[in-house]
Design a protein around this ligand. Structure first.
Ligand code: FMN
Length: 150
């Protein structure tokens, strides 16, 4: 179904904290869904460890990657939080509400989870943006044609 690869999106790392557990997952299936209030949707595969965490989370943080952060996207997009602490080997700071924000992030949005909807082998998590910050004036990383674009 190569036709869906014609939809280009930003690439983000969605971070979460559930109890004392921190995790982050690279996500290209992310979009704005409401203007008032500002809301986002992310689509997460049901087999991902993040899926398990997000079902139990009150919120999440969408960290928009800059176009030079390919290594960060690969790190959070190939390892699983089931096996490793992905934040052990990547420098990060904290957002206002204590979500981890990995290096390479140009802007983050803290979201309160407002709902979730099944979509085939994925679940769509919807969040209301409660705060956000622009960290760097850099172009975002774009995902399209089934890959990170140069
Ligand atoms: C650039 C990129 C974009 C990705 N986009 C998504 C996505 O939108 N949804 C998803 O469920 N997985 C996506 N993935 C795959 C997950 O990031 C990957 O399976 C990750 O290792 C899951 O980590 P976890 O088990 O800690 O949740 C993407 C991976 C990459 C490299």
């Amino acid at each position: 179904m190569g036709v869906i690869d014609k939809l280009y999106t930003s690439t983000v790392v969605v971070t979460m904290k559930v109890g004392d557990k921190l995790n982050g997952i690279s996500v290209a299936w992310v979009t704005r869904v409401s203007w008032s209030p500002v809301m986002l949707a992310i689509s997460i595969g049901k087999t991902r460890y993040s899926h398990e965490l997000l079902l139990n989370a009150n919120g999440f943080c969408v960290c928009v990657l800059g176009k030079n952060a390919e290594k960060v996207a690969e790190h959070f997009g190939t390892l699983s939080g089931r096996d490793v602490n992905k934040f052990a080997t990547v420098p990060y700071s904290f957002s206002k509400r204590g979500y981890p924000v990995p290096e390479g992030t140009i802007a983050y949005m803290e979201c309160e989870k407002t709902g979730s909807f099944e979509a085939g082998d994925h679940t769509i998590f919807v969040g209301r943006v409660i705060d956000g910050k622009i960290l760097k004036d850099e172009e975002p990383m774009i995902f399209g044609e089934g890959r990170i674009l140069p």
